[in-house]
Design a protein around this ligand. Structure first.
Ligand code: FES
Length: 56
Protein backbone atom coordinates (compact mmCIF):
# COMPACT_ATOMS: atom_id res chain seq x y z
CA UNK A 1 0.00 0.00 0.00
CA UNK A 2 1.23 3.47 -0.84
CA UNK A 3 1.30 5.70 2.22
CA UNK A 4 2.74 8.84 0.69
CA UNK A 5 1.27 9.30 -2.77
CA UNK A 6 3.22 12.47 -3.48
CA UNK A 7 6.56 10.77 -3.01
CA UNK A 8 5.52 7.20 -3.81
CA UNK A 9 6.49 5.72 -0.47
CA UNK A 10 4.90 2.41 0.52
CA UNK A 11 4.19 1.03 3.97
CA UNK A 12 6.83 -1.58 3.19
CA UNK A 13 9.46 1.09 2.76
CA UNK A 14 8.41 2.65 6.06
CA UNK A 15 8.57 -0.71 7.84
CA UNK A 16 12.01 -1.30 6.39
CA UNK A 17 13.12 2.14 7.57
CA UNK A 18 11.76 1.39 11.03
CA UNK A 19 13.80 -1.82 11.10
CA UNK A 20 16.83 0.25 10.25
CA UNK A 21 16.23 2.36 13.33
CA UNK A 22 14.02 5.25 12.25
CA UNK A 23 11.55 6.05 14.97
CA UNK A 24 9.94 9.37 14.11
CA UNK A 25 8.15 11.07 11.28
CA UNK A 26 11.06 13.49 11.09
CA UNK A 27 13.40 10.56 10.41
CA UNK A 28 11.12 9.31 7.65
CA UNK A 29 10.89 12.75 6.19
CA UNK A 30 14.61 13.13 6.10
CA UNK A 31 15.37 9.74 4.60
CA UNK A 32 12.35 8.87 2.48
CA UNK A 33 10.76 12.28 1.84
CA UNK A 34 7.52 11.07 3.43
CA UNK A 35 5.14 13.95 4.03
CA UNK A 36 7.23 16.64 2.42
CA UNK A 37 4.58 17.69 -0.09
CA UNK A 38 0.85 17.86 0.75
CA UNK A 39 1.18 16.40 4.24
CA UNK A 40 -1.92 14.22 4.00
CA UNK A 41 0.04 11.08 4.73
CA UNK A 42 1.32 12.20 8.15
CA UNK A 43 -1.19 10.31 10.26
CA UNK A 44 -0.96 7.17 8.14
CA UNK A 45 2.84 7.22 8.22
CA UNK A 46 2.77 7.65 12.00
CA UNK A 47 0.33 4.77 12.29
CA UNK A 48 2.63 2.45 10.32
CA UNK A 49 5.57 3.51 12.48
CA UNK A 50 3.56 2.85 15.62
CA UNK A 51 2.61 -0.62 14.40
CA UNK A 52 6.27 -1.39 13.79
CA UNK A 53 7.21 -0.26 17.26
CA UNK A 54 4.48 -2.39 18.81
CA UNK A 55 5.65 -5.53 17.06
CA UNK A 56 9.29 -5.13 18.07
FE1 FES B 1 2.68 12.37 1.51
FE2 FES B 1 1.41 14.16 0.02
S1 FES B 1 0.88 12.11 0.39
S2 FES B 1 3.17 14.44 1.21
Amino acid sequence: MIVCVCNNVSDRKIRQAAEEGMTTLADLRKHLDVGTCCGKCHSCAKQVLRECQETV
